[in-house]
Design a protein around this ligand. Sequence first.
Ligand SMILES: C[S@@+](CC[C@H](N)C(=O)[O-])C[C@H]1O[C@@H](n2cnc3c(N)ncnc32)[C@H](O)[C@@H]1O
Length: 213
Amino acid sequence: MPCNCCEISDAAFGEDSAREDIRSYRKRGPAAQTKLILNAIRSLDIKNVALLDIGGGVGAIHHELLDDVAHEAIHVDASSAYLKEARQEAARRGHGENVKFIHADFTDVAAEIPTADLVTLDRVVCCYPDFRRLLKAAAEHSQRALAFTYPRETWYMRFGLRVINFFQRLRRDPFRVFLHPVSEMDALLKGEGFRRVSFRRLFVWEMALYQRI
Ligand SMILES: C[S@@+](CC[C@H](N)C(=O)[O-])C[C@H]1O[C@@H](n2cnc3c(N)ncnc32)[C@H](O)[C@@H]1O
């Protein structure tokens, strides 16, 4: 399915929400579902790895993991406003030299991006219409592990996302949120040579960590 994602994401994830997110991150630390990813990765007890964070937003995952797990990171994001905040925060933390920032829809530039030990997608698949294309490209870039969060397949999430999309249509805003089938995402990653090693649930989000077999 075609997606002019950078254009849509630049509008959906603009300067105001980027500023709000970085303020919240500085005040309260990583969001609850991001902590699930961080804890799951730390439980692997790996060090000195390369991280690829797709749709990293203000960069919470690499800001945290560059302290103790990763030595370098690539952050690919379709929103220039989020990348700007992430870059400033990385510099503030002394990680500026260790992170490469790329403004793009990951699926468009995947062929030019090197593989990494770890790949993360925190609340990203739900912003992208073609989860197969995105997850397959992400899986192909992971040498060791892939962790991601996505909305739970529950009645209240189905209802909530329908309401959000209804108002998006009314506003003539092309950005949509997606509730992708969890069993199909799981099957895709298993088909790419991974097994699920950790799985956690919050009210809204689910987190799954996969390791390459
Ligand atoms: C809901 S935000 C989540 C940001 C951050 N990961 C977090 O959890 O706070 C979704 C992010 O994914 C990015 N994004 C969505 N689809 C993408 C794609 N195909 N390639 C790169 N970035 C993408 C958006 O630009 C946005 O920054």
